[in-house]
Design a protein around this ligand. Structure first.
Ligand SMILES: Cc1cc2nc3c(=O)[nH]c(=O)nc-3n(C[C@H](O)[C@H](O)[C@H](O)COP(=O)(O)O)c2cc1C
Length: 381
């Protein structure tokens, strides 16, 4: 007998409340409170909403009662960390660590706070976002705005400590401001954040692939990457390290980076960051930034599959990009992802997405005879 059918009443209630959220988000919240504002304003309001509601325990209790869905088939251990489920919030939506209480109660397996940088950073001039609903995508041009890793990591540590079931990861990046200097300065910037993060989160993600900085992506070059990780290796940290990979590389270029990382104290790779290729899409040239969501899906799957094929268990893969349905999450897992992260699907579909994805994935795994999500990892690679 399946886990779901052992608890039919609880399951039926959870399904009904999730459907209610789906309806409410689509027909009320999205048209009247999100899409009626510019995406920059809607983003600020969403963060403010999280800041206010996290301090209202009955509301958080209700959120958990209505949305949380647990299922042993989804539990997994990756890089020595236990996850109630493989789904996480990808880096970038919760730059300053305002969302953990909500995400924990909504039932996320983990979240990635940041990216955060050595110095507080104002980011690029606004607008930071443009919506592309026809592609299920956002153009993102934030440029790593955040309160700085000293504050953000302290908040993440507290959130991790208080979380009921969610793991908290911290994404660190190089400060994007006018004080940026040469490669050595960039390495020291990452090292400061790495020292601050050591032992204070479940994982550390090193973002080498932000497409929106004024110094570009120098650590997407193998020699610079090697120098960066030689320095980071020297900093003691108990938690596993993932590297946030760029999407727009050829496979040989991507492999060169993985070859470098394989020689260092790196346990995982997050594949991948925003899409820079706009070919075939009608997008105003004046809208600067990288694309999230739909346009990342295929390219990230291809990189995940190839990375899993060639590197097997050397790296745990966190698959990211364009996951809107349980089937798409399952495809990322079958291609080689042990964890799956998303942002766009939360913004376009609503907070119940986490439950929709968990429930649907559990069903797909059972239909194919898998007892644990980890058994399906890489099956198609
Ligand atoms: C609003 C927004 C901000 C982002 N900021 C970051 C960031 O600070 N660091 C990072 O590594 N990736 C950042 N990303 C990229 C996402 O983590 C993710 O790789 C990408 O959006 C693809 O996932 P999705 O299709 O589920 O949105 C950002 C994406 C969005 C939509």
């Amino acid at each position: 007998m399946s886990y779901v059918s052992e608890q039919p009443l609880h399951d039926a209630v959870n399904k009904a409340t999730t459907d209610l959220f789906t309806f409410g988000y689509k027909h009320i919240v999205k048209p009247f409170f999100v899409f009626s504002h510019t995406p920059d304003v809607a983003h600020d309001q969403m963060i403010e909403f999280c800041r206010v509601t996290r301090n209202i325990p009955p509301l958080m209790w209700l959120l958990r009662e209505m949305l949380d869905y647990t299922d042993p088939v989804l539990e997994t251990d990756v890089m020595g960390v236990h996850f109630d489920n493989p789904f996480g919030l990808s880096a970038g939506l919760d730059k300053n660590c305002d969302m953990p209480v909500l995400l924990d109660n909504a039932g996320f397996g983990f979240e990635t706070v940041g990216s955060t940088t050595e110095r507080p950073c104002a980011g690029n001039p606004k607008p930071w976002f443009h919506r592309l609903p026809e592609y299920d995508s956002m153009i993102v041009h934030v440029g790593l705005a955040n309160d700085g890793s000293e504050q953000v990591i302290a908040r993440a540590e507290r959130a991790w400590d208080k979380a009921k079931s969610m793991q908290v990861s911290v994404s660190i990046a190089r400060t994007n401001d006018e004080l940026c200097g040469d490669i050595d300065e960039g390495i020291e910037d990452y090292c400061t954040s790495m020292r601050r993060a050591a032992g204070r989160s479940a994982m550390i993600e090193v973002n080498i692939s932000c497409p929106n900085t004024h110094v570009g992506e120098p650590f997407g070059e193998p020699d610079n990457l090697d120098r960066l990780f030689t320095a980071l290796d020297a900093i003691e940290h108990p938690q596993p390290v993932l590297v946030k990979m760029p999407l727009n590389k050829t496979w040989p270029q991507f492999r060169e980076l993985l070859d470098v990382l394989a020689e260092h104290n790196v346990q995982g790779v997050s594949i991948a960051n925003l899409q820079k290729d706009r070919s075939g899409m009608e997008i105003p040239a004046a809208w600067e930034g990288g694309l999230s969501g739909g346009p990342t899906y295929r390219a990230s799957n291809a990189m995940i599959r190839q990375a899993y094929r060639e590197y097997g268990d050397r790296f745990a893969i966190a698959g990211i990009g364009g996951v809107f349905t349980p089937k798409q999450a399952y495809e990322k897992i079958r291609a080689g992802s042990s964890l799956v992260m998303f942002i766009s699907s939360l913004m376009y579909r609503g907070p119940q997405q986490i439950t929709v994805l968990k429930r649907g994935l559990a069903q797909l795994l059972r239909e194919d005879g898998f007892e644990h999500v980890s058994d399906a990892v890489g099956i198609d690679a």
